[in-house]
Write a protein of this length. Structure first.
Length: 128
């Protein structure tokens, strides 16, 4: 019995000491390298236009929405920014905003500004 325990102990020790293959290299891929196509945004819009801006990363009405609204409102040419009507006022189930313009609006600059505050994935801007 003692010899079996010693044999078992030796096997456990040897198994732990066996050189294992090195782990596979970690992929250097980044989210930007995924196969999603970039969203094409017209360069600019003009006074009098009303836009719909979709911000998929905007999830809450208490922190996300005010940050997105303020960022868009600071852009040149923006008259007003309103969140579309939501089913529940305590949650965002539709991440679209209506932006009314009173001057020229550079959509790419707006998307870049949203990126600086953490909302840069999948932003879409379209004229109504």
């Amino acid at each position: 019995m003692l010899s079996r325990l010693m044999l078992l102990g030796s096997l456990v020790c040897l198994t732990g000491c066996v050189e294992q293959a090195p782990p596979a290299p970690v992929s250097e891929a980044t989210p930007a390298q995924e196969t999603t196509a970039p969203v094409m945004i017209p360069a600019s819009y003009s006074a009098g236009e009303t836009l719909t801006v979709s911000v998929p990363d905007m999830h809450c009405p208490f922190v996300c929405y005010p940050r997105v609204k303020d960022t868009l409102a600071e852009q040149q040419g923006v008259e007003s920014v309103e969140l579309v009507e939501q089913k529940d006022e305590a949650a965002i189930d539709d991440p679209r905003l209506i932006v009314k313009l009173n001057g020229d609006f550079d959509a790419q600059s707006a998307v870049e500004a949203l990126g600086t505050v953490g909302f840069d994935k999948g932003v879409e801007i379209s004229a109504n």
